[in-house]
Ligand binder design. Sequence first.
Ligand code: NAD
Length: 277
Amino acid sequence: MKKEVMLVTGAGQISMAIARRMGFGRKVILGDKKKENADAIAKIMNDAGFDVVPMEMDLSSRESILTLIAEGQKYGEIKMLVNGAGVSPSQAPVEAILKVDLYGTAVLLEEVGKVIAEGGTGVTISSQSGWRMPALTAEQDELLATTPTEELLKLAILQPENIRDTLHAYQMAKRCNEKRVMAESVKWGERGARLNDIAPGIIVTPLAIDEFNGPRGDFYKNMFAKCPAGRPGTADEVANVAELLMSPAGAFITGSTILMDGGATASYFYGPLKPEQ
Ligand SMILES: NC(=O)c1ccc[n+]([C@@H]2O[C@H](COP(=O)([O-])OP(=O)(O)OC[C@H]3O[C@@H](n4cnc5c(N)ncnc54)[C@H](O)[C@@H]3O)[C@@H](O)[C@H]2O)c1
């Protein structure tokens, strides 16, 4: 029997929370660079009545993205996309962050945008981190939004001499995600589909818990204490936002980034989290 298909990249907590919220009754194709991660999440979900096919896939490879899409098309129309794959500043060097988070996301949005079904919806996950970087020029923003995917990593602003460290690379990648979502949403719209982005603050995951207990633990505890929510977020709260964006209630929302960070960014600019001059 043909089913609507949901493509999910990155078998982490955020992807799983969204897939559990929106993936019922659908064929879920779950790709991760680490097959064991995809297998583990697929087992949890299949044991709970979902229909998940785990796959090995690499977001930084167009060929791998096309294989994921082709696998999905075996089962039916591609109706949903959740991009929760990514590497963080403490996990990977600059080059890998740009290749996975920036280039890979851009290629995924482009390729799924060529096949997404009418009425389809997609979400990608950027980060509050992109909101802390000073504004880029209008020209730089446009380059990030519209440069052809195979030219993106050649942009002057992304060359090693212009990227300070892995955090800067991550911020540029996440800013690029927001801009690509705007530009791609126009093309998705021509197919009757919508595309949005969620920029979460700190969300509790196994990796985040390691960070809380690691050398930068005090930095995080200070951030939670001084943001309006007074705590980190949960993956299920990211799924709350994804549910709005991916359901008919969000029909007028496309090309948007929703910042959800417990107010940490607000506090960073105008409250007690503001860095001392
Ligand atoms: N957890 C947070 O606090 C937080 C906050 C803001 C943004 N984010 C973003 O949310 C997304 C998901 O984060 P998470 O916390 O669920 O992380 P996670 O580490 O739990 O999951 C990410 C998954 O992506 C996979 N992955 C890494 N590189 C890949 C590649 N090249 N191809 C395919 N899969 C790959 C990893 O193997 C991992 O299973 C990331 O983009 C991250 O930057 C997370």
